[in-house]
Design a protein around this ligand. Structure first.
Ligand code: TYM
Length: 327
């Protein structure tokens, strides 16, 4: 039985990129492995926002995890801030991580251009992510492609800690899906679909209504050619539609390419929209039921207890190995 950990930020809106690149792939693990799925609310603080909104989004994200198939009887679902081991271990690991290696994180370089306005939390964010994973002695981390560099840092920090202090941490393996690991923006297929995009035409949210989904796919930017071919370099828009269609239907890209050959882009757009609508419909229904039932709070309270139990010993060992005395 492997240990599996993954997390998602309760900022902005969960979009189909988050679902197809990550969340959907969490579900099968819970049948055979010991899973911890986390709403990483501490990470959300790195870009300051309205506290009321964060409170609401954290609960909504937990409900979306369950609506998408996470079963709280099989996996532990919790809020990161409810297990103080994360914040504590992050400090300890910040004293192992090097300034230079954090400065090379591309996500920081993209978001943190203006050093006078970005928080230091945004800079040290990947260290917190590393301990999220390491504290649970995680073997496998299902994530989308944009988290690959952060996973490499987590592995480096684990190895360094093990060498420098004591062999405590398991070296985690990223699990990045072959298809759907980088869903691109519908308005600009050269850039990944993102919660922080400047226009909602970029993404489809998990809670979006059917009419709007259809409209966004119909308007998805493609190219002026007519050939259906999977070629992310030359035909980013069409390749993105094929990837989305492939992950939601479970059919392979070569089969889809054959099927849509000579049919024109319009067909592919509408069929992809419909396949996405079918996938999201049951998730949306479950989400609304859950939000009305008020069950989420209890589930998160139980998850917090299990998360704290799971990390208590590792945090203690970490402190001890570093020379901290505990009374
Ligand atoms: P976040 O909240 O930005 O994204 C959640 C998950 O969605 C994936 N993802 C995508 N996959 C495909 N196409 C896209 N366009 C797309 N956009 C996002 C992400 O790769 C991610 O798997 N730092 C993490 C949260 C985190 C975490 C962790 C993850 C904190 N601690 C420990 C794993 C383990 C983040 O900001 O993800």
């Amino acid at each position: 039985m492997a240990r599996v950990f993954s997390g998602m930020q309760p900022t902005g809106v969960l979009h189909i990129g988050n679902y197809l690149g990550a969340l959907k792939h969490f579900i099968p693990y819970q049948e055979k492995d010991e899973c911890f799925f986390c709403v990483v609310d501490l990470h959300a603080l790195t870009i300051p926002g309205d506290p009321e909104v964060l409170r609401r989004k954290s609960i909504e994200l937990a409900a979306l995890y369950i609506a998408a198939g996470v079963d709280p009887n099989k996996a532990t679902l919790f809020l990161q801030s409810n297990n103080s081991a994360h914040a504590e271990a992050a400090w300890l690991m910040q004293c192992v991580a090097k300034f230079g290696e954090l400065g090379r994180m591309t996500q920081f370089k993209d978001k943190g251009q203006d050093s006078e306005s970005v928080t230091t939390g945004l800079f040290t964010y990947p260290v917190l992510m590393a301990v999220d994973i390491l504290l649970y002695k995680t073997d496998e981390v299902p994530v989308g492609e944009d988290q690959k560099q952060h996973l490499e840092l987590a592995r480096d920090l684990a190895e360094r800690f093990n060498r420098q202090y004591k062999e405590i941490f398991t070296i985690p393996e990223p699990r990045i899906p072959d298809t759907g690991a980088r869903i691109m923006g519908l308005d600009n297929p050269e850039k990944k679909m993102s919660k922080s995009a400047s226009t909602p035409a970029n993404y489809v949210t998990l809670l979006e209504d059917e009419k709007s989904i259809l409209k966004k796919f119909k308007r998805a930017v493609t190219d002026s050619d007519t050939e259906i071919r999977f070629d992310p370099e030359q035909k980013a828009g069409i390749s993105n539609l094929l990837s989305i269609m492939s992950v939601v239907t479970g059919r392979s890209i070569p089969i889809l390419v054959k099927e849509y050959q000579g049919k024109g882009y319009g067909h592919l757009k509408v069929d992809t929209a419909e396949a996405v609508i079918e996938t999201l419909r049951p998730i949306q229904q479950r989400y609304h039921q859950l939000m009305q039932s008020g069950e989420i709070e209890d589930i998160l309270a139980q998850g917090a207890v299990k998360a704290r139990e799971a990390t208590h010993e590792t945090l203690g060992k970490m402190k001890d190995a570093m020379g901290l005395v505990s009374f």
